[in-house]
Design a protein around this ligand. Structure first.
Ligand SMILES: *Cc1c(COP(=O)(O)O)cnc(C)c1O
Length: 384
């Protein structure tokens, strides 16, 4: 390797939110302006319009917007009466927000291992976790599969286990909204789905936001009441404990504009992911998308031999290229969560992955010269 090769070290963003802002520019300003003019800041017309558009996009019968992805998960579990004594099965190779809602409701999250090639919930470990929960006197109540980094979990296999064990399935599609599994979009699997519109997610707003998808009309009505403090539609009495869980009208107006270009952005992300595959497939373990699945590439995450990863991250940083480690320390090892049980057999894959993974810059506006710079920097770092 030529030590004197001159490299561009101009800093690049990990996710270029500004590039999309430039593309959408005036349409967003106008959409926000309309809300400022009609002043219906809470549950205004854009909120209902967005909910109809989200339902149509996903294929789910009902879409209910809410204040964040975490609130989406919480509202669903609250509606299902999840609480003390209930076991809720969650992968530990995920963001802490998957685990937080069942824990806050007093239920017991039970950690499940993941598959090393898809990063998603491992069915054999889920089955072991159900036994683990029963042995501890917990009632197996729900499973929260995560569509990690934008790739759907194996929803058919999860449904089989759920049916056999009587589990409610809550899909955490905070990273996966827009992706599909065997021809159907996320939002239509399990009993309900939660997503997030945090700005860095594939479909993000300009603040916090989220949504719930379900085909169950009764559940949808309950959730609509719970997101306004438990005041059920048409009732003056507070019959349920709820939260302030609404999406602001301004965020709904922004999301309506962004949803119009979302499919096009998903295609751009997929093109960029394929290019990473081609160029890095022989120097690192690149993510696998099983047949019949599509990913929205919330992250493009490769695996490097243990020990090489941190050096590569440092070398890229020195060249102005940001990377991220999702997840360097899985939730079951954190102070807040380490008291909760893990599936019999432990979480060996989760713990190994946490030392191997590194996520590269990924967004719909990553141009080829910039992507080539990233690829060359990774190769150079690995050949040192
Ligand atoms: C982002 C995220 C959430 C939470 O979404 P917020 O909108 O930030 O509350 C939940 N689960 C996963 C897997 C996430 O990535």
């Amino acid at each position: 390797m030529n030590e004197h090769v001159r490299v561009d070290t101009q800093p690049i963003p990990f996710i270029d939110v500004a590039a999309q802002r430039r593309r959408l520019g005036k349409t967003i300003d106008e959409a926000v302006g309309r809300v400022l003019n009609h002043c219906q800041f809470i549950l205004g017309p854009e909120v209902r319009e967005l909910e109809a558009a989200l339902a149509a996009f996903s294929g789910a019968r009902h879409a209910i917007s809410c204040a964040s992805g975490t609130d989406a998960l919480t509202l669903i579990l609250l509606a299902k009466g999840v609480g003390p004594g209930d076991a809720v099965f969650c992968p530990s190779f995920t963001f802490a927000a998957t685990i937080e809602p069942p824990a806050l409701l007093g239920a017991t999250p039970v950690f499940v291992d993941v598959e090393e090639d898809t990063f998603n919930i491992d069915i054999a470990s889920l089955e072991r976790a159900v036994l683990t929960a029963k042995k501890q006197g917990l009632k197996p109540k729900a499973v929260i599969p995560v569509d990690l980094f934008g790739l759907p979990a194996d929803h058919d296999s999860i449904a089989e286990v759920a049916e056999a064990e009587g589990l409610f399935v809550l899909d955490d599609a905070a990273q996966g909204f827009g992706a599909s599994y065997k021809g159907r979009k996320l939002g239509t699997f399990g009993h309900a789905t939660a997503t997030s519109f945090f700005p860095a997610k594939p479909l993000g707003c300009y603040g916090d936001g989220g949504a719930i998808f379900t085909d169950d009309g009764e559940l949808a009505e309950t959730i609509k009441g719970l997101r306004v403090h438990g005041q059920m539609p048409g009732e003056s009495e507070f019959s349920h404990l709820g939260i302030t869980g609404r999406l602001d009208t301004i965020q709904a107006a922004i999301l309506l504009e962004k949803l119009k270009i979302f499919q096009n952005e998903i295609e751009a992300r997929d093109r960029i992911a394929r290019r990473y595959h081609e160029k890095l497939g022989n120097v690192a373990i690149v993510p696998r998308v099983p047949d019949g699945y599509t990913s929205v590439w919330a992250q493009y995450t490769i695996r490097l031999p243990k020990g090489a990863r941190d050096g590569v991250a440092a070398a890229l940083k020195a060249e102005g290229i940001p990377t991220a480690i999702y997840y360097a320390k899985p939730p079951h090892l954190h102070e807040a969560y380490k008291r909760y049980p893990v599936a019999d057999g432990g979480l060996p894959v989760t713990e190994r992955l946490s030392h191997e993974v590194i996520s590269l810059p990924m967004h719909a506006y990553l141009d080829e010269p910039t992507q080539d710079r990233i690829v060359e920097a990774v190769k150079r770092a690995l050949s040192r």
